[in-house]
Design a protein. Structure first.
Length: 115
């Protein structure tokens, strides 16, 4: 892209590629792309990988993506839901229940949903 079109890839370009690889089931390739990017992956990119892991049942990478996403944004609520669903799909009901229960705990200062 840089050599042919003289365009420096930005975070959106990498995000598109991670999303495409993830949707195609190439979750390992998506993770490799994230790790080799010259830019720091953001919440959106880790979220794309986590969603792909959920779609394709890749628990190990899903846990890693959730951990990376949580490091960037500890209060990111959907990560707990995705991870709980991953555990449930893998038959790890105790972990799924724990994650789901932690979602129900009220967070001080957080406003969620319509009030």
């Amino acid at each position: 892209m840089k050599n042919v079109y003289n365009v420096e890839p930005n975070i959106k370009h990498y995000g598109c590629m991670v999303d495409l690889l993830g949707r195609a089931g190439r979750v390992e390739g998506a993770e490799k792309m994230i790790r080799s990017m010259p830019l720091k992956a953001d919440v959106v990119i880790w979220g794309m990988l986590l969603a792909a892991c959920g779609t394709h049942g890749n628990l190990e990478r899903g846990e890693m993506a959730a951990e990376s996403l949580t490091r960037l944004q500890p209060s990111h609520g959907p990560v707990r839901v995705h991870l709980s669903n991953l555990y449930a799909d893998a038959g790890k009901w105790e972990k799924a229940f724990f994650r789901a229960a932690s979602n129900a705990e009220p967070k001080t200062g957080e406003i969620t949903g319509a009030q």
